[in-house]
Design a protein around this ligand. Structure first.
Ligand code: SF4
Length: 358
């Protein structure tokens, strides 16, 4: 079983340095190997929104590895379908970090890919992720409308080209996420749990938890994340599946947890169980293989409009080419009586259409 190092506080930069120093993370860098940092930059949102990895995690990692003589460090990410990675990196403040430390940032949407054989068959993965000497996974611990939670394993989905991301949704997410995690098997993970959104992947309702933790087993860290959020492991099937595919172990002994400090008096560190808002408001929607961005646009529109999804709302790739009675969300559902076009449509456009229809 691997150790998990945990620290409380509010300075992502200092906390990251403390975690990496204590874990002596530089030992994981192969000789002559490069270090590739993979944050969560799913959308153009600030870390304070609860969606993206704090830039202090990046600066902490870069400063640590540079101070230990690592020359080749880069940052890579590909935002979700419909968002622009370079815009997202500016909104999150990564451009300043990369400039300050003279570290390149690669937009994985523009990267070359290679087809590899995973536990569930062939998969196209971005070359920069496959060629990393040390892939450092830097997720945010958050809730997710379709997979309940997202952390170390699901963050790796950003290492895919958009066409493979769509394919993941068509395959039902859990098996491909598990297979990807088992294939890439990042050897260093630093989790940003300073303020994640426990319901919406794209943020907007951040919950302050003032915590970060580091480990070397993505399966174990996701299992620990579930424990923190009060979620049964069975509710997130990709974690056990990844264990079955050889991606790591869910086992954790209390002695595996190494606490570097204690929360200051009055510091908010308690998790509240995700309210399950997204599941509740989309329960009756006819969803079939919907991409995250499309599904999030619908969920956000329903939430903001204080509406409940109904069975005449259709969303997802499974509706492509089919005719149906009711409203379609996204270009895949253009066979409906009406459709909110876009791939994905914006939450505002969905809200406008649903409000007109109501
Ligand atoms: S319309 Fe939505 S579900 Fe269809 S491919 Fe685009 S983002 Fe995915």
């Amino acid at each position: 079983m691997s150790k998990i190092y945990q620290v409380y506080g509010q300075s992502a930069h200092e906390m990251t340095l403390q975690l990496l120093e204590t874990a002596q993370a530089v030992r994981l860098v192969p000789s002559q190997g490069n270090v590739v940092l993979k944050p969560n930059l799913v959308i153009a949102g600030t870390p304070e929104s609860g969606a993206t990895t704090h830039p202090g995690v990046l600066s902490g990692c870069i400063e640590y590895f540079q101070s230990h003589g690592v020359q080749q460090i880069s940052v890579m990410e590909g935002s979700w379908i419909g968002d622009n990675t370079m815009r997202a990196m500016q909104v999150a403040g990564y451009d300043q970090v990369c400039r300050k430390y003279n570290v390149p940032f690669f937009d994985l949407k523009k990267d070359k890919t290679r087809t590899v054989e995973t536990a569930i068959g062939k998969m196209d993965i971005c070359q920069s992720a496959l060629d990393a000497g040390l892939l450092v996974d830097l997720p945010v611990l958050k809730g997710h409308g379709q997979t309940i939670m997202t952390c170390a394993l699901k963050n790796l989905k950003g290492c895919l080209p958009d066409r493979e991301k769509r394919h993941f949704h068509a395959m039902g997410l859990h098996r491909p996420i598990a297979a990807l995690g088992a294939y890439l098997k990042p050897r260093l993970i630093v989790v940003d749990s300073i303020c994640g959104d426990l319901d919406f992947e794209e943020g907007g309702n951040p919950v302050t938890m003032n915590r970060m933790y580091l480990g070397t087993d993505a399966v174990q860290l996701d299992a620990y994340g579930c424990q923190l959020m009060g979620i049964d492991l069975e509710a997130v099937p990709y974690i056990f599946l990844c264990e079955q595919f050889g991606g790591g172990s869910t086992a954790m002994d209390p002695s595996d947890l190494v606490e570097l400090n204690h929360p200051e008096a009055g510091m908010e560190t308690k998790f509240r169980k995700p309210a399950g808002i997204v599941g509740r408001i989309t329960r009756n929607v006819q969803a079939d293989s919907a991409c995250s961005a499309c599904f999030a646009a619908l969920a956000r529109a329903l939430y903001v409009g204080n509406m409940q999804g109904t069975s005449d709302m259709h969303i997802g790739q499974g509706w492509r080419g089919k005719s149906f009675e009711g409203i379609g969300i996204g270009n895949c559902c253009s066979g409906g009586t009406s459709c909110v076009h876009g791939c994905p449509p914006t939450a505002d456009a969905v809200l406008e259409a649903l409000t007109k229809q109501a």
